[in-house]
Design a protein around this ligand. Structure first.
Ligand code: PLP
Length: 419
């Protein structure tokens, strides 16, 4: 680090500035986490230098003996963690993993049935601004108006009407467990491939805190950097039947050389996820999310679906007469990082939004528990309801001081005792 500091003080100060930002505030973005120093070590290694197009034992380049070991370990650990027939650990990200699934199963113009973005889906699930909506015929289901949970009857009705080639479950703002058995039954009824994009919740599955989609789905894609706590990347697991299609779709259809440093970091992460400590962590993530959701509800910031079963909750701000964009700015000024989010049937435009999304992966990694979640709910409510986007506003200052106390008691990336 000293060498970088001497050579490039500007970038060096970005690295220290970002570490200070992570340490100095509350990180409640549901899709973020703090990877371990071991994962970060693999990421910053010389494996980044190596070209290794192909798969272990079948490369297009020489000199792959060491990276072959890394990728084989990552594959075996991933298969064992999820009880999967096959794993492809090469996707560069969640979006790349999803692109490969499309490539494996669909030709341009064919139909996919997926959750709509405003109801909790993802950009890559057939929105018009993404390759997925430009090249494929996407039909979308949503949530039920009363329960605010997935409308399974609508899924079934649309599946029968449109006979999709692929039925997709999963998304980025779904607080409740997904009924994979029901989805499987609907897919079977219409002869569709059943795909789960488990990016958000796969970490909870790895730790055993929630049920796994793997026994039900033909293919499961995911990111490795959310609750899972690995490097920023992606992966796919699938049944033996689809192994060749998935491997060919990742390379050479969609990607070139795999990022071997990231694959090594994924191997480290999968080993971490198989420990009892990680399993306990995932249970605490869920316990914390439930308390945070309930606490915000008690302050008038209503959790959609009435709460959560996972690591995230989605909150309707209409009862406190604040928009999502204002809530995000007020929290930011108070040292709390979260994101505005559309809620189902949102009357506002997506860039304004009537909701916020909060998640507990980061604060749980810091060692916080239910007591701290009650405190955080109060701090968010104070910032959202009484606060201001100006960091110098008295409420911003008041909340920020309490945030500082909390993060000093539960530091992210604790400094070594000698530092
Ligand atoms: N799928 C889902 C459900 C996601 O939530 C995300 C990212 O948030 C992605 C895919 C895309 O992942 P990435 O940002 O790594 O491309």
């Amino acid at each position: 680090f000293e060498a970088l500091e001497a050579f490039d003080p500007e970038i060096s100060s970005v690295l220290t500035g970002e570490l200070d930002r992570l340490r100095g505030g509350l990180q409640l973005i549901a899709s973020e986490n703090f990877s371990s120093p071991e994962v970060l070590t693999a990421l910053g290694s010389t494996l980044s230098n190596k070209y290794a197009e192909g798969y272990p034992g079948r490369r297009y380049y020489g000199g792959c003996s060491e990276v072959d070991k890394a990728e084989s370990l990552a594959i075996e650990r991933c298969k064992s963690l999820f009880g999967a027939d096959h794993a492809n650990v090469q996707p560069h990200s969640g979006a790349s993993a999803n692109q490969a699934v499309y490539g494996a199963f669909l030709k341009p113009g064919e139909t996919i049935l997926a959750m709509s973005l405003p109801h909790g889906g993802h950009l890559t699930h057939g929105t018009k601004v993404s390759f997925s909506g430009k090249w494929f015929d996407a039909v979308h289901y949503g949530v039920d108006k009363d329960s605010e949970d997935i409308d399974y009857d609508e899924v079934e009705r649309l599946a029968k009407e449109h006979r999709p080639k692929v039925l997709l479950a999963g998304g980025s703002a779904i607080p409740r467990l997904i009924d994979f058995a029901r989805f499987r039954a609907i897919a079977d009824e219409v002869g569709a491939i059943f795909w789960v994009d488990a990016a958000h919740f796969i970490g909870l599955v790895a730790g055993g805190a929630i049920p796994s989609p793997v026994p039900y789905a033909d293919v499961v894609s995911f990111t490795t950097h959310k609750v899972l706590r690995g490097p920023r990347s992606g992966a796919i697991v699938c049944t033996e039947q689809h192994r060749a299609a998935i491997d060919k779709a990742v390379f050479p259809m969609m990607q070139g050389g795999p990022q071997m440093h990231t694959i090594a970091a994924k191997a480290v992460n999968f080993k971490e996820c198989a420990t009892p400590e990680y399993a306990a962590y995932t249970r605490q993530v869920v316990a914390n999310a439930k308390v945070l959701a309930q606490g915000l509800g008690e302050h008038g910031i209503r959790p959609t679906t009435g709460g959560t079963d996972t690591h995230l909750s989605l909150h309707d701000l209409q009862g406190v007469l604040v928009t999502g964009v204002d809530a995000e700015a007020r929290c930011d000024a108070a040292g709390i990082t979260l994101n505005k989010n559309a809620i189902p049937f949102d009357p506002q435009k997506p860039n304004i939004a009537s909701g916020i999304r909060v998640g507990t992966p980061c604060v749980t990694t810091q060692g916080m528990g239910e007591e701290q979640m009650r405190t955080i709910a109060g701090l968010i409510a104070r910032a959202v309801v009484d606060g201001d986007a100006d960091p110098e506003h008295p409420v911003s200052r008041e909340v920020r001081a309490q945030v500082t106390d909390l993060v000093e008691a539960f530091p992210a990336y604790p400094r070594p005792a000698s530092a």
